[in-house]
Design a protein around this ligand. Structure first.
Ligand code: SF4
Length: 303
């Protein structure tokens, strides 16, 4: 469907009407996907990430806040918590406790990791913790390419740690966690994509080759996606992103917490999710007036 075609315009209008209807009947009571940033500290400085641009403070979510949020998610039937946002979850010393707490409440957990900090002990703890899914970011199939893109990490260490995680899962006779690999394809690594897939296919549970995006304008290309006729982004109806300090950001693209919707230390997830700020943001998406939110206006990653 081509933007600008009649079919495209009709589809955009229909999706807006459908969303308005679903809102009117109270369908969006609570976010489907809740992301709790365990930490925004990272040991890498990847080219595909906006970490260098981040000005917000660094830290780790405390257990008290994590428990409060997890309890609320359990009350509303959230099935899965994402324990990453910006930062490396294995830096968070309480990550195993967090996973265990969520599991005890019947909620699955998952995170993205660069896996460079895995040890035998941590691999065992992870498998025993009950975490359901770990996705490892690997953007190259050779040390040269990998280390150029994923600055600060060592290719051999990460490769060995993927093997270690798979081996530990097998040794403990566990089916979890699912282990997936993510490869963000860029002009620097596209020549290695095929070999990468051939190397890992059948050995891990999933391989995602994703395209490079601009982190809502953070990595350049500003103003290019502000077409009034574009589809509303479902993230503002379905997802909820809490930064390590309790601030709620617009979505997982809002790397610096530029659009703050509230703080879950003062309000509940439900209050913020159904609050006035969220209502206004959804209205922007329903009218196509994206220029009112520069992040959305510049974003290629909407869905
Ligand atoms: S359009 Fe982009 S920045 Fe806006 S809510 Fe969607 S993903 Fe986030």
């Amino acid at each position: 469907m081509k933007p600008g075609s009649i079919l495209y315009s009709v589809s955009v209008r229909t999706s807006r009407l459908l969303l308005r209807f679903l809102m009117a009947v109270g369908y969006f009571r609570f976010p489907r996907t809740v992301r709790l940033e365990s930490t925004d500290i990272c040991n890498a400085n990847c080219k595909t990430c906006t970490r260098e641009l981040m000005t917000r403070s660094m830290g780790t979510m405390d257990m008290e806040l994590f428990k409060k949020l997890t309890d609320e998610c359990a009350t509303y039937g959230v099935r899965s918590l994402h324990l990453h946002n910006f930062g490396e979850p294995l830096i968070d010393k309480s990550i195993f406790e967090k996973i265990a707490y969520a599991t005890s409440k019947g909620i699955e957990t998952r995170f993205f990791s660069n896996l460079s900090l895995l040890t035998e002990e941590k691999a065992e703890k992870l498998v025993k913790s009950g975490i359901s899914r770990i996705k490892v970011s690997v953007d190259g199939n050779s040390a040269e390419t990998f280390e150029k893109i994923r600055s600060g990490l060592k290719f051999d260490v990460v490769m060995n740690n993927i093997e270690l995680l798979l081996k530990t899962r097998k040794k403990l006779g566990s089916r979890s966690p699912e282990v997936g690999l993510i490869y963000v394809e860029t002009p620097e690594n596209e020549h290695e994509t095929k070999d990468f897939i051939n190397k890992w296919q059948g050995r891990v549970d999933s391989i995602d080759i994703s395209s490079y995006h601009n982190w809502a304008g953070g990595l350049g290309t500003e103003g290019v996606a502000s077409d009034k006729r574009r589809f509303p982004c479902l993230r503002v109806w379905q997802t909820f992103t809490v930064l390590w300090n309790g601030e709620v950001s617009l979505c997982c693209m809002d790397y610096d917490g530029k659009v703050t919707l509230g703080n879950v230390r003062d309000n509940t997830i439900k209050e913020i999710f159904s609050g006035e700020k969220m209502r206004r943001i959804r209205e922007v998406h329903l009218t196509g007036d994206f220029k009112k939110i520069p992040l959305c206006s510049n974003c290629f990653a909407r869905r």
